[in-house]
Design a protein around this ligand. Structure first.
Ligand SMILES: [Ca+2]
Length: 394
């Protein structure tokens, strides 16, 4: 496939992505009138199991997300692929192995991912996750080992083995996923969907512009957003509403199983870390929300956007831009949402510089959504699911 063919392929795939059939298949219902995806209940009973690969950088909230996933019968976890992010790979890899061991799920292959972003030096978030990535919670060295294939290769093999079936749950920087897509140009067309913790349409957390996962590897994120794979973006817009509390910690502590006890230890350390650093908010369960939103889509309210990633800004790299003809100042009054001027909204970039060969600010002629972005969350029901699953109550 040459680059022109690939561009046409992506355009077609993006068109298909926005179709009701794909959305229904991915478990989200579309309310055409509001152009939003609303609850479709009941979802939980009988949903799945779905084949998933979890790409992760544990990470306090990753650790709890992994434990949640491994206790959820809706998921058939084909692999876990640690990547450098919150802390270096030397820590995210053993942290992932520890969680697999604690959950008694040594059947799940864990594959070694990327040590560094595609084109940048690694920036970590030890300030939020502690030097060991688990808020300082100490667990024994894992006894189990990763498989031989590198993460990107294992992702490729699994997706090719089950074309159209595998959802990528990505809760770290997107380096492994972009590497897999770069290895195999046909792979994007075989991935069922991506459910991503990442991005924000309402400001960042590591810079005013960027959410951490996208900030760490914006070039990888851009490859993923432009891949044509149907994406659900669970970003800071909703994950900011998932602060863990002392009460949640007590509920985990009361759970009489190794998973609940480990989660309680991590939660206790994370709360203490947050308190000592004086953070007013959090610790937020960003990654667990992405996993929970896949398990039970009725937790999230979604809206279609065209998402692009800033990669060249001196201060803003990793910012996710959300284009929509019916958001912000561009929205039309009822009855005019389908006006040609609205639906033909071009995607506008920065004004061309004198030195550039680009002469127009328009980077795409027409709005075609490439992601469903979570714009609201039922936080109470999210925590019921998270704490219930971890503590063994549901
Ligand atoms: Ca993470």
């Amino acid at each position: 496939m040459n680059s022109d063919q690939r561009a046409a392929f992506i355009t077609r795939r993006q068109f298909v992505t926005s179709s009701a059939a794909v959305l229904a298949a991915s478990g989200f219902a579309r309310d055409a009138r509001a152009n939003e995806y609303l609850v479709e209940r009941p979802q939980q009973s009988g949903r799945g199991p779905f084949r998933v690969i979890i790409d992760t950088d544990p990470g306090v909230d990753d650790a709890l997300a992994l434990l949640l996933a491994m206790r959820s019968p809706e998921l058939k976890i084909e692999a876990i692929t640690p990547v450098a992010g919150n802390v270096p790979l030397e820590l995210t890899l053993p942290n992932a192995l520890r969680m697999v061991e604690i959950a008694g799920r040594a059947d799940i292959p864990v594959a070694v991912g990327a040590k560094a972003p595609l084109m940048r030096r690694l920036v970590t978030a030890a300030y939020a996750h502690g030097e060991n990535g688990l808020g300082g919670a100490v667990f024994p060295e894992p006894k189990i080992h990763p498989v031989n294939q590198p993460a990107a290769e294992l992702i490729r093999q699994i997706v090719r083995k089950f074309p159209g079936e595998v959802t990528l749950l990505t809760i770290g920087p997107l380096t492994n996923i972009a590497t897999a897509l770069n290895l195999d140009p046909e792979l994007a067309g075989m991935v069922r969907a991506i459910v991503m913790m990442g991005g924000s349409l309402s400001g960042g957390n590591i810079t005013p512009a960027a959410e951490f996962n996208i900030y760490v590897d914006p070039e990888a994120a851009r490859i993923v957003f432009q891949s044509g794979i149907p994406i659900t973006m669970v970003g800071l817009d909703v994950t900011r509403k998932t602060s863990l509390t002392e009460e949640h910690q007590r509920q985990l502590q009361a759970g009489q199983n190794p998973v609940s006890q480990a989660a309680a230890t991590i939660a206790r350390n994370a709360l203490q870390h947050n308190r000592e650093r004086g953070f007013v908010v959090g610790p937020n369960m960003h990654d667990s929300l992405a996993v929970a939103g896949f398990i039970d889509p009725s937790l999230l309210k979604l809206k279609e956007y065209y998402i692009d990633v800033e990669t060249t800004g001196e201060l803003t790299a990793g910012e996710t831009l959300g284009y929509s003809p019916d958001a912000g100042d561009l929205r039309r009054r009822p009855g005019m949402e389908k006006d040609a001027a609205a639906t033909n909204m071009p995607i506008r970039g920065s004004a061309p510089t004198l030195a550039s060969t680009r002469t127009s600010p328009v980077v795409r002629d027409k709005f075609v959504p490439n992601a469903s972005v979570a714009v609201n969350v039922d936080s109470a029901r999210f925590f019921e699911l998270l704490i219930g699953r971890l503590s063994g109550k549901q």
